[in-house]
Structures are given as structure tokens and as C-alpha cells.
Design a protein around this ligand. Structure first.
Ligand code: MF3
Ligand code: CO
Ligand code: CO
Length: 286
């Protein structure tokens, strides 16, 4: 995959509230914790449902011949039409990098994540990761899916299905009282058994009133690090990226796009979830 042309910034009606980081050089550090009230969780549930509906709508349009910019237009219009702000639009970059210029991320094949929608035309067999986050009623809901354009090779299909299952197993490991590092342990073990590597330097995160709360959810066995104890009412994402070759990666000079070093292909799925008394409730369901 290589860089295409990025279209002009899409507009959001002034009536739709923006997250506080829009127009700032960096997002402020969230200090409100990751356990939320029933009232806040209800808002995150509604926004997450919208994000999931947006993802499904964009996913329906993943087909050979479509540009990634067209997927951005579809996701942008869906969210705006439902009164939501596309959280990635204007999200500040780290240290000296420009803000993210689009309303969702499109990451093809060897691109792991944070791909910028542009004039790139989707080809038959491409793995297209779409990551879309909604901001509405003061909270974010974040999700990602992998779609294959057309039929796809058996290898691509296996990678996508293994990643879907890795996410499901990671979520099934969420129980109050356990440390968050149990999630990545399960995901990485499943990846390894299937001949894949799990990306280490991009992680899940606390989400809600803040897009990225500061809580980190690794997708590898990080124990004894990341020992935060899982508690009812916690809201975070799990978003494993599995790679067919080496998970080592680098960032393009656009300051966002992350690609595997060896060109091997990647799949990703992401859900936002809330911890219940005995497990997790997935919030990003349509
Ligand atoms: N949605 C991504 C995540 O899962 C974050 C994208 S930030 C962007 O955390 F700026 F790259 F869009
Ligand atoms: Co996320
Ligand atoms: Co995301």
C-alpha cells in the first residue's frame, strides 16, 4: 500500500458538540478514572451502538473499486446524520505530528492501523480494517472491523477469522478481580497457536468521556506489568491486531500510518465493553 491523495477536511455542523481536543495541540490527560456511573455507562452504550452501526454501514461498502476516501465519506455522513462527531477528525498527533485529518481509519493489508483515507482504490482480496469512533452526549464509543474486498485468499480469510476469535477470547477472559494483563495473555496465546503474532506497541485503552483515558490494555502477555485490577463499571476497548509474519512495525512519514516491517498482512477487530459483576458486556453492537 502507498500514499494517495487526501481530500479536503469534511465539515461537521456547528450544532454537533466537539470533543475538547479538537483544535488543540494535544488531548488533555483524563483524571476521572475508568469506572463509570450507571448514567455515564448508559450514554457510552448509546454512543457505542451508533459507532457499531456506522461500522456496519461502512463495512457494507467495502468492495473492489471503492476508494478509502469514499468509505470515510460514508462513515462521516452516517455519524453526522445521527448527531455524532467522528472522534478521529482533528485528533491531536503525538509530538510534532499533524492532527488526524479524517473521520475514520482505513488500514489495508500490511498497514496495521491508523491508515488515513485517501484516493487509494480497494483491490480484490484486500483486507480492509475500518476503525470508527463516535462522540455523542459527552462520550466516545470505539470499534474496528476487518473486511475482505471480494472473496479473499484462504490465508487472508484465516487471518481475519483468527483475529475475530482472538478478540472474542480476550473479552471472555474479562472478569472482576483479575488483572487486565489476563486479556493479552489469552489473545497472544491464541495468536501463537494459530501461527500469528500479536502487535505489542498499539493497545486497547480506557474509553468513555475521554477517547483514550490512559488505561492501557495490552494484547500480549505483559505480566507483571499492566496489573490494573478489573472492576465492575470499568469501560475499555480490546482491539487485537494479528499479523501473519513479524509484528515489528514502523510509522509512515505522514505521522500516522503504521505498517509491518516485513510487509506481512494484518487483521484487527475492536470492541468497547463495560465490565459487569461476572464478565463483560460488549457495547459496540449494532
Ligand atoms: N480508533 C483508534 C483506537 O482504536 C484511534 C485512532 S486515533 C487516530 O484507539 F487519530 F488515528 F484516528
Ligand atoms: Co481504540
Ligand atoms: Co478504534
Amino acid at each position: 500500500m502507498s500514499k494517495g491523495d487526501v481530500s479536503p477536511i469534511r465539515s461537521v455542523p456547528p450544532s454537533i458538540p466537539r470533543p475538547d481536543y479538537v483544535g488543540k495541540r494535544r488531548a488533555s490527560q483524563w483524571r476521572g478514572g475508568d469506572v463509570h456511573s450507571a448514567e455515564t455507562i448508559a450514554r457510552i452504550r448509546a454512543t457505542s451502538r451508533l459507532a457499531a452501526q456506522a461500522l456496519a454501514e461502512v463495512g457494507r461498502h467495502v468492495t473492489p473499486g471503492v476508494t478509502t476516501d469514499e468509505l470515510d465519506r460514508i462513515g462521516h455522513e452516517f455519524l453526522v446524520d445521527h448527531g455524532a462527531y467522528p472522534s478521529t477528525l482533528g485528533y491531536p498527533g503525538s509530538a510534532g505530528r499533524p492532527p488526524f485529518p479524517k473521520s475514520l481509519c482505513t488500514s489495508l493489508n500490511e498497514v496495521i492501523c491508523h491508515g488515513i483515507p485517501d484516493s487509494t482504490v480497494i483491490q480484490p482480496g484486500d483486507i480492509v480494517k475500518v476503525d470508527i469512533t463516535a462522540y455523542k452526549d459527552g462520550v466516545h464509543g470505539d470499534n474496528c472491523g476487518s473486511f475482505i474486498a471480494g472473496e479473499g485468499s484462504p490465508k487472508a480469510r484465516d487471518l481475519v477469522e483468527a483475529t475475530r476469535e482472538a478478540l472474542a477470547r480476550g473479552i471472555a477472559a474479562v472478569k472482576p478481580g483479575r488483572e487486565v494483563n489476563v486479556i493479552g495473555r489469552v489473545i497472544e496465546a491464541y495468536a501463537t497457536r494459530n501461527g500469528y503474532e500479536s502487535v505489542r506497541n498499539y493497545t486497547g485503552h480506557g474509553v468513555g468521556p475521554a477517547f483514550h483515558s490512559g488505561l492501557v490494555i495490552p494484547h500480549y502477555d505483559s505480566a507483571p506489568m499492566h496489573s490494573d485490577v478489573i472492576k465492575p463499571g470499568m469501560v475499555f476497548t480490546v482491539e487485537p491486531m494479528l499479523v501473519a509474519g513479524s509484528e515489528l512495525n514502523y510509522e509512515w512519514d505522514d505521522g500516522w500510518t503504521v505498517s509491518t516491517d516485513d510487509g506481512s498482512w494484518c487483521a484487527q477487530f475492536e470492541h468497547t465493553l463495560v465490565v459487569t459483576d461476572d464478565g463483560a458486556e460488549v457495547l459496540t453492537l449494532p
